[in-house]
Design a protein around this ligand. Structure first.
Ligand code: THU
Length: 132
């Protein structure tokens, strides 16, 4: 699966977002090393802080299905923004928990361009270890 195909899955799931407050639907698609794709959407709450982003929904689903650090190949994130939609900092921290720094993160915009970054570019000096 290439980055265009993974991004297509992120775009395709966006319609399922529960975003009545922000009206900002986001879809995410994680490619596992075994070829499985797991998608997620943002799920908002009237108590705004209880909102879960699309990326975390996808990661938590993957973990619930038994995947662990080392199993993650790439993630694509899709919104409807003019500029490339970057993952929030909480989601970057969740990525750092489960993914290696060289994992590709694909971002897109409403022109369907794809920007490929490495996790380490999104989150340098990540906090990953209590034994420092
Ligand atoms: N959101 C995501 O799901 N992923 C991102 O990368 C950025 C933000 C969601 C959270 C909230 O539901 C809405 O977008 C507006 O912040």
């Amino acid at each position: 699966m290439n980055k265009e195909q993974l991004m297509e899955q992120a775009r395709a799931v966006k319609h399922a977002a529960y975003a009545p407050y922000s009206k900002f639907p986001v879809g995410a698609a994680i490619l596992l090393k075994d070829g499985t794709v797991i998608t997620g959407v943002n799920v908002e709450n009237v108590s705004f802080g209880a909102t879960n982003c699309a990326e975390r929904t996808a990661f938590f689903t993957a973990v619930a299905r038994g995947y662990a650090k080392g199993d993650f190949q790439a993630i694509a994130v899709a919104g409807d923004t003019e500029d490339f939609l970057p993952p929030c900092s909480i989601c970057r921290q969740v990525m750092a928990e489960f993914c290696y720094p060289d994992m590709p993160v694909y971002l897109t915009n409403n022109k369907q361009d794809i920007l490929e970054l490495k996790l380490r570019e999104l989150l340098p000096y990540a906090f990953t270890d209590l034994d420092m």
